[in-house]
Design a protein around this ligand. Structure first.
Ligand SMILES: Nc1ncnc2c1ncn2[C@@H]1O[C@H](COP(=O)(O)OP(=O)(O)OP(=O)(O)O)[C@@H](O)[C@H]1O
Ligand code: SF4
Ligand SMILES: [Mg+2]
Length: 390
């Protein structure tokens, strides 16, 4: 098996955080624990019992496919400890598409790497949280067991197919190797499967091209090949990290449509990481917006577009170029995301937020419930929603 195959099937444990995880057994205060009521009231104080660690749910068909709880990741750098992921919670069900959105450096890829078990460690360390996949916490499993549970059931699609694919092996050999290694197929049968997969992802003349090398394909076709690699072992979950960013707009739409179609056909869970709000509108069910390593808003996709409940999401939406406003200056959120070695106190977005008030500079907003299936980490989520006309 090539290193590449291991990456694609999530078996990259050897070079990953599997060795370096410093899983903290103290759950601390999670965003979920800290969920407040819709009118913003903190929960009433309770008796002085020590906080109970949430019990893992039994693995039933009703459990979400993936349930990430209070995930925390730090990088030990020369400038100090960069807190890249700071208590992230989300779930993905079979057949659901979750889009994860946020500016560069907000922790999207690091979250994905932690889930896949391909975090660079050191310098990255998982310092807390749980990652339930099919009801089992991947962070509590030994290396081998984790590899088996995750094994062929999770796959990742990267932005840059050329560097993710092996340049010195034909695409047919790379696709076929998945079947030879994981399913013990003969070389001939594996080649047949490779052609089948290439046809399924829309590579023209697949039979004739199965012996071609990655550099002989266009960017869009290479991305399709990477999707084929990810699909080969029929995973339950695919994480696509900026899968279309390097492509031109028309090809982007085609690749995105293909991904959405395959996701429906195979009833997979899909996590789609992007910083392009335009890309996700048609394919995602739910959106999670990340800022400085936290999810600051989560909502069903159409509700979020119609009326965001967090000023950062409002800013992202206002930054999308609009044809009807041609000629007008494009809105940009002022300032820069915080340095992750020195995240400001209070709300991390406060130095850039047009709604910031005194409380925002001192109190970290918990994730407030902001309607059915919606949450916002903003003290003033209600007025943000109201301003959007809801
Ligand atoms: N290998 C690394 N070494 C040190 N710090 C890292 C490393 N990888 C990530 N980080 C830290 O984690 C932060 C989040 O990185 P991540 O790659 O998750 O951002 P992202 O949201 O995926 O951004 P982009 O949209 O640019 O891909 C970075 O800003 C950086 O501080
Ligand atoms: S909590 Fe305050 S600073 Fe943070 S997003 Fe809301 S209004 Fe802005
Ligand atoms: Mg990234």
């Amino acid at each position: 098996m090539t290193e590449n195959d291991r990456e694609m099937t999530g078996n990259a444990g050897e070079k990953t955080g599997d060795d370096g995880e410093m899983t903290d057994n103290d759950p601390g205060v999670t965003d979920k624990d800290d969920l407040r009521t819709a009118d913003g009231e903190p929960p009433a104080p309770t008796a002085s019992k020590p906080p109970q660690r949430p019990q893992p749910p039994p693995p039933t068909d009703r459990s979400p496919l993936l349930d990430v709880r209070d995930l925390r990741v730090e990088f030990h750098t020369r400038d100090g400890i960069a807190k890249a992921v700071n208590g992230v919670n989300f779930t993905v069900a079979a057949g659901q598409t979750l889009a994860v959105l946020g500016e560069s450096g907000s922790g999207k890829s690091v979250t994905a790497q932690a889930v896949m078990g391909i975090l660079d460690s050191p310098p990255g360390f998982i310092t807390g949280g749980e990652i339930f996949f099919h009801g089992r916490d991947l962070l509590k499993l030994g290396k081998e067991e984790r590899r088996k549970v995750r094994g062929a059931k999770m796959a990742m699609i990267f932005q840059d197919a050329l560097s993710a694919l092996n340049p010195v092996l034909s695409v047919g050999a790379q696709l076929g190797e998945m079947y030879i290694v994981h399913e013990g197929m003969s070389r001939k049968a594996a080649r047949g499967k490779a052609v089948e997969l290439m046809e399924r992802v829309g590579i023209p003349a697949a039979e004739a091209r199965v012996g071609d090398y990655p550099h002989q394909f266009s960017g869009g076709m290479r991305q399709r090949i990477m999707i084929a690699m990810a699909l080969a072992l029929e995973p339950d979950l695919i994480i696509a990290d900026e899968p279309t960013t390097a492509l031109d707009v028309t090809v982007q739409a085609q690749v995105m449509d293909l991904l959405a179609e395959l996701q429906r056909e195979f009833t997979m869970g899909l996590i789609l990481i992007t910083h392009d709000l335009g890309v996700v509108a048609d394919v995602a069910d739910t959106i999670a917006v990340m800022y400085a390593g936290r999810i600051v808003e989560t909502a069903p996709v159409h509700q979020l577009y119609k009326a965001p409940a967090h000023p950062y999401t409002r800013g992202l939406l206002d930054s999308i170029p609009r044809v009807d406003l041609k000629g007008q200056e494009l809105y940009a959120i002022k300032g820069l995301p915080p340095n992750l070695t020195a995240i400001p106190p209070g709300c991390p977005f406060n130095p850039r937020c047009p709604r910031a008030r005194d409380i925002c500079r001192t109190d970290l907003p918990p994730l407030y419930e902001a309607g059915p299936g919606r949450a916002s980490a903003c003290h003033f989520w209600k007025e943000t929603l109201d301003a959007a006309g809801q």
